[in-house]
Design a protein around this ligand. Structure first.
Ligand code: MLT
Length: 391
């Protein structure tokens, strides 16, 4: 049987591949410590689980959900934006619940990209942006990010002919994998760029509330004129430890939201309603857990950064996101380094090349590893380093 070219050319999803390697090591009896996927180890807060339990008993929730989401959920999402950012969105036209932000991010290319069209995206970046473009038979033009540039794209450097051809610009701050942040002024430059070239801005705000040292992550939608050119994807996954429940949000330009809704409603049947009730409980309920979780991640961040520096990897403590982005020794590839680490110590890190060519020379460590496993992982890394120093 011959599969479509898009499937033949599709690389395995980065974290599916890493899970496979972890499973293979465990099958050999090796105890793996994973700093791989950003998947909160702390449980979903109890009041959110209680909402699911109540909703599961309700026969109305056993039927097809509405693809566009319960009006109460759309309202709760709009109210969250009002409280969090002082922005008002019309819940009927400017807000769309998603089956996790990854679902909307994957589907949105179908709204803008016709075969041969160009999408601008940073490198390194969350791999789903490029895969969505590829599924829509478009081309990705990458905007290289680097440490000197604060891991922000230089929009001025995009050649005018490329910008004229481009249909979308992907942005993501706080950034995965680098942990970099952007300010409102940067978002305003992105709006000006999008207006000049008639490009849709797609901003991924998955880490809006995973922040440290008092940092407050802005929304792209706060930039003047953002609503004319863009939409923003946010997620309940990382804020409320809800990766397993799949709930995300798109807000912004009404025409763009409508296009995404039309694509989605032809492909999925919406979010199970009991899970939508969890979303309402999360967004409307007590928010204390958010700061509590960030305190846990911040303490882990500090330990991981110190440990990375002790083993000779350069890194800057991130002000947001779940990730430490560490530079590996010159002359090694990130796949080679991550593979050596796994074989020698059973510790998993994500190779930077998995996020694009500019990610080469770096590895990413997620802070969603339980504290006891962090103790063990860092102990193994220190022992590994001192063995290497003796050799
Ligand atoms: C990550 O670790 O980058 C994400 O949590 C993985 C994902 O969303 O697939």
């Amino acid at each position: 049987m011959e599969f479509a070219r898009r499937v033949q050319e599709l690389p395995p999803y980065l974290f599916a591949e890493i899970s496979r390697k972890i499973a293979a090591k465990r099958a050999q009896g090796i105890e793996v410590v994973s700093f791989g996927i950003g998947d909160p180890d702390l449980p979903t807060p109890p009041h959110i689980i209680a909402a699911l339990q109540r909703a599961a008993e309700e026969p109305a929730n056993h039927r097809y959900p509405e693809t566009e989401g319960l009006p109460e959920l759309r309202q709760a999402m709009a109210d969250w934006y009002e409280r969090r950012y002082g922005l008002s969105f019309d819940p009927a036209k400017e807000v769309l619940p998603l089956i996790g932000s990854k679902e909307g991010i994957g589907h949105v290319a179908l709204c803008f990209i016709d075969p041969g069209d160009t999408a601008l995206q940073p490198d390194p970046a969350y791999p789903v942006y490029a895969v969505g473009t590829m599924f829509a038979c478009g081309h990705t033009y990458t905007l290289p990010l680097d440490e000197e540039g604060g891991w922000l794209p230089d929009l001025e450097a995009v050649p005018a002919d490329v910008a004229h051809r481009a249909r979308v610009l992907w942005l993501n701050y706080p950034n995965n994998p680098t942990g970099a942040v952007a300010d409102r002024e940067f978002f305003e430059r992105a709006v000006a760029f999008a207006r000049k070239y008639d490009i849709a801005v797609l901003h991924d705000l998955a880490y809006s509330d995973v922040t440290y040292d008092g940092y407050d992550a802005p929304s792209f939608m706060q930039a003047k004129g953002a609503r004319e050119v863009g939409i923003e994807f946010s997620s309940l996954s990382k804020t409320y430890n809800m990766t397993g429940w799949r709930l995300g949000t798109a807000v912004g330009n009404a025409g763009m939201i409508d296009a995404l809704m039309r694509v989605k409603s032809n492909l999925d049947s919406g979010i199970p309603q009991a899970i939508q009730q969890m979303g309402i409980a999360a967004l409307r309920g007590p928010q204390d857990a958010v700061a509590e979780h960030n305190a846990v991640y911040q303490a882990r961040r500090d330990r991981v950064v110190t440990a990375m520096r002790q083993i000779g990897l350069r890194c800057t403590p991130p002000r947001a996101s779940l990730y430490v982005w560490a530079q590996i020794p010159a002359g090694e590839t990130s796949i080679g380094f991550a593979g050596r680490l796994l074989d020698d110590t059973g510790v998993v890190v994500t190779p930077g090349i998995g996020y694009g060519e500019q990610g080469e020379g770096y590895v990413r460590l997620s802070l969603t590893t339980p504290d006891t496993a962090i103790d063990e992982g860092l102990r193994r890394l220190a022992a590994w380093r001192s063995e290497a120093a003796k050799a």
